[in-house]
Write a protein that binds this ligand. Structure first.
Ligand SMILES: Cc1cc2nc3c(=O)[nH]c(=O)nc-3n(C[C@H](O)[C@H](O)[C@H](O)COP(=O)(O)OP(=O)(O)OC[C@H]3O[C@@H](n4cnc5c(N)ncnc54)[C@H](O)[C@@H]3O)c2cc1C
Length: 288
């Protein structure tokens, strides 16, 4: 079991990992891709940047720095985290165990940008199969998504009903599915009365009792929901030590809200690392 797994290879995650390594902790970064930095070609407001730099180049520098310090950087997508006596981090490739986990997964994603989406959150729209699947046993379950995260959620939902329809919302499905009906058209609207009843695509209406949202990659908010970590306005709630309400589960950077800038993400990462070190030293004997 490692001391710490940092989920995210952006400014918050790499900054934290650098400090954790300096504390001689056994830390690894698990990350999917360049995160938010992939979206910008022009950064000039970060310390030490003389000429504007692209987000991709800054990301590459951060990862190169982590690797030079011999921090393992595992390019894997995290699908689930289980809290036991420590944490089990399940990815699309393997499982990793750690005494503490830092969520540095960037901004939590929004939902579908269609009419009715906001209205039916919690009234037939769910973000968590483990939390809500049981409520819809033997009912008509819809799930929207296409990737490994959707398949992870689908596996949970299959325990509750055979009547499942997958909505890909115009995207190609990650792998072939024969067991369930798949609707590939774009979703136009979500309709119902007090609760969601219909998913409308350009092809027509599809009746459902619930729609589970599992689009793209699982975000910190998705993990929080499954683990019972508190969120507020889609941001992870942390205390002054960057710890969530789950002991040993920390979060920093864009996923906890506040100023969404590199300087703040790097600051969060450093502070979270200091707190994690104290947390682990309080609990276990750390190597000298
Ligand atoms: C268009 C745009 C322009 C910007 N310009 C600037 C600027 O000029 N200056 C500035 O200071 N800030 C700028 N920002 C904001 C800045 O990019 C973010 O504040 C910063 O990147 C946040 O860092 P982070 O480490 O919290 O998250 P991110 O940089 O988003 O990193 C998140 C990491 O988590 C990983 N991850 C997420 N989910 C998973 C998963 N399930 N499994 C494994 N890994 C996962 C991602 O792959 C990524 O490695 C800009 C943002 C945008 C969108």
């Amino acid at each position: 079991m490692r001391d710490v797994i940092v989920i995210g290879g952006g400014p918050a995650g790499v900054s934290a990992a650098i400090y954790l390594k300096r504390f001689k902790l056994d830390v690894a970064i698990v990350m999917k891709d360049q995160g938010t930095l992939a979206n910008t070609d022009h950064i000039e407001n970060y310390y030490g940047i003389v000429e504007p730099i692209t987000g991709s180049d800054l990301f590459a520098l951060g990862i190169a720095q982590a690797k030079r310090l011999e921090i393992p950087v595992l390019v894997e997508e995290v699908l689930n985290i289980d809290a036991f006596d420590g944490f089990k981090v399940k990815t699309n490739q393997s499982e990793h165990e750690a005494k503490a986990v830092l969520l540095a997964t960037g901004m939590n994603k929004a939902g579908l940008k269609v009419k009715g989406f906001q209205e039916y959150i919690g009234k037939g729209i769910s973000y968590c199969a483990v939390c809500d699947g049981f409520l819809y046993r033997n009912k008509r379950i819809g799930i929207v998504g296409t990737g490994d995260f959707m398949f992870e959620e689908l596996e949970v939902l299959e325990n509750f009903t055979k009547d499942i329809v997958i909505f890909t919302n115009g995207e190609p499905l990650g792998k072939e599915v024969t067991k369930h009906k798949t609707i590939t058209e774009k979703i136009k609207a979500l309709k119902g009365d007090d609760v969601l009843k219909v998913v409308e695509t350009i092809d027509g209406d599809h009746e459902v009792d619930v729609l589970f949202v599992a689009m793209g990659t699982a975000s910190a908010a998705d993990f929080a929901l499954r683990m019972g970590a508190f969120t507020e306005n889609n941001s992870i709630v942390v205390d002054e030590n960057f710890m969530t309400n789950i002991p040993g589960l920390f979060a920093g950077g864009d996923c906890i809200g506040g100023l969404r800038q590199i300087a703040k993400a790097v600051d969060d990462g450093a502070k979270a690392a200091i707190a994690i070190n104290k947390h682990l030293k309080g609990k276990t004997q750390i190597k000298a």
